[in-house]
Design a protein around this ligand. Structure first.
Ligand SMILES: Cc1cc2nc3c(=O)[nH]c(=O)nc-3n(C[C@H](O)[C@H](O)[C@H](O)COP(=O)(O)O)c2cc1C
Length: 462
């Protein structure tokens, strides 16, 4: 039997996320993204479908590489306007019990001391359902907004991120012992100062001399997501990530990335099963194949190719408007998303051209969709899991909330009948549900930053 498939609803606190132009569809509700009701409905719907999580992307900066201007992004609302994703979490948690929240936060622009407190706060308020998608950004426009001329070099950003992780691990795992908080009213002692330790980190990029501001939250370190898959990105994922988000259009390429990440994790002494890999996918499902194809055509009439090109140009740091239709896209080493550039240049068997990219942009994104009846969609999803070693999918929205509702109504029951999808949630915090333990295992680098008393206790319990 195939392993249980994991599902995240992939979304973003903006109107045009991945499938550009869909906001013009009459049934699409994404323009109400700036209301609590919109997000609370999404959370309730995804929980009804027993989704493991809502995965929220985020971007700091605007997509302005295409034609050297943000105009195409602004006109087509390509991830602009974009609101803060973190603030959605308590609102969605308030109307749900089980679903997790994997939320993107760019570490380049926020000191670890403050970020660690925000993450702990969200882990408390959600009862241990918080996850962090660790990103370092890929836009020069963000750097300019933050007072820099351009963003840092691609690999240097990962080196800085490694140090950032050390700091937040120390704050989350090493500062407060589990029994530091007494809440002892009779003796008038809230917490025992001897069990709260000052983090002293004096590194190349960060200096912290402080105790963590928050008391230990259910998971301490939130569930760690990562989504960069260049060679350096995979090494970072293998070191830190518990959930890895990959994009892949063909099974062989995806399978190679997945086994490379797991191999690297094992080389770091981690159990490769402690990494869950989600593949980005878009699904158009109908009661019959014909109905799905008609729906696809109907959505397709609203797609924005220009929006898709504006998005892709900034992801790659390559202005696609400079290419002739049949000119092969050339590999360029820049500081944007290297894995996106590699996917259509050095790693692709056939050369990619603008014509080929546009030809694939059926729904305003370069990612091809799975279109079919519920059985056909289930077959395809199961085949991807079996043939590539992934664990599940980040399902991106098309016409919202319709596409998620269709999936839950039509595909989820088929996956359940095939025995590859849960019929109820497991109990406990997000990490417990995904991996069977609420706190990070001893083999994870965060564990090395635990206070010695905690390390002994944890190993005794194992
Ligand atoms: C599937 C996927 C999703 C991503 N989501 C985000 C995101 O929400 N915000 C962000 O700033 N970067 C995001 N990134 C960018 C990565 O975090 C990373 O910065 C970028 O891919 C460059 O690293 P790489 O060359 O190792 O892939 C994403 C990347 C991938 C592949």
């Amino acid at each position: 039997m195939t392993k249980q498939i994991r599902l995240n609803a992939f979304d973003m606190n903006c109107i045009g996320h991945i499938q550009h132009g869909m906001w013009t569809h009459p049934r699409d509700r994404s323009t109400t993204y700036n209301t609590l009701e919109y997000w609370q409905n999404l959370a309730r719907t995804a929980e009804r479908g027993l989704f493991d999580g809502i995965f929220l992307a985020d971007i700091v900066g605007v997509y302005d590489v295409y034609k050297d201007s943000p105009a195409a992004s602004i006109v087509n609302t390509v991830q602009i306007p974009v609101n803060d994703p973190m603030l959605l979490v308590p609102a969605m948690a308030a109307v749900t019990k089980h679903i997790g929240f994997g939320v993107t936060s760019n570490l380049t622009y926020e000191p670890p001391y403050l970020f660690a407190r925000r993450a702990s706060t969200l882990d408390h308020l959600t009862g241990g359902r918080f996850g962090w998608n660790i990103v370092t950004g890929y836009l020069d426009s963000a750097a300019r907004g933050m007072g820099l001329a351009a963003q840092l070099d691609h690999d240097t950003r990962y080196d800085i991120a490694d140090e950032y992780m050390d700091v937040v691990y120390k704050l989350w795992e090493g500062s407060w012992e589990d029994d530091a908080v007494l809440r002892d009213r009779a003796n008038r002692i809230f917490a025992d100062p001897t069990k709260i330790h000052r983090v002293q980190h004096f590194g190349r990029h960060y200096q912290v001399d402080a105790i963590h501001l928050a008391e230990p939250s259910p998971q301490r370190t939130p569930v760690l997501y990562q989504a960069g898959s260049s060679t350096r990105g995979r090494e970072f994922a293998a070191t830190h990530a518990e959930c890895v988000f990959v994009n892949g259009q063909d099974k062989a390429g995806t399978s190679a990335v997945v086994s490379d990440i797991r191999r690297r994790a094992a080389a770091h002494g981690r159990d490769p099963a402690d990494i869950v890999v989600f593949l980005g996918r878009t699904v158009v499902v109908g009661r019959t194949r014909k109905e799905a194809e008609e729906k696809y055509q109907e959505y397709h009439r609203h797609a924005s190719i220009e929006g898709g090109l504006a998005h892709f140009s900034s992801s790659m740091g390559i202005d696609l408007s400079r290419y002739e239709l049949d000119e092969p896209i050339r590999y360029e080493k820049n500081n944007a998303n290297n894995s996106a550039v590699e996917a259509i240049t050095t790693l692709s068997r056939e050369p990619w051209t603008l014509r080929r990219i546009i030809g694939q942009m059926g729904l305003g994104s370069r990612n091809a969709s799975i279109v079919g009846s519920a059985d056909e969609v289930a077959d395809e999803l199961i085949a991807w899991v079996e043939e590539t070693g992934i664990d599940g999918f980040n399902l991106s929205r098309i016409v919202t909330p319709e596409s998620l509702e269709d999936f839950i109504h039509l595909v989820v029951p088929v996956l359940q009948d095939r025995g590859v999808y849960k019929r109820e949630y497991a109990s406990g915090p997000l990490r417990q549900k995904l991996f069977g333990h609420a706190r990070l295992p001893e083999t994870h680098p965060a564990a090395g930053h635990r206070h010695p008393s905690l390390q002994t206790r944890q190993s005794a319990a194992e």
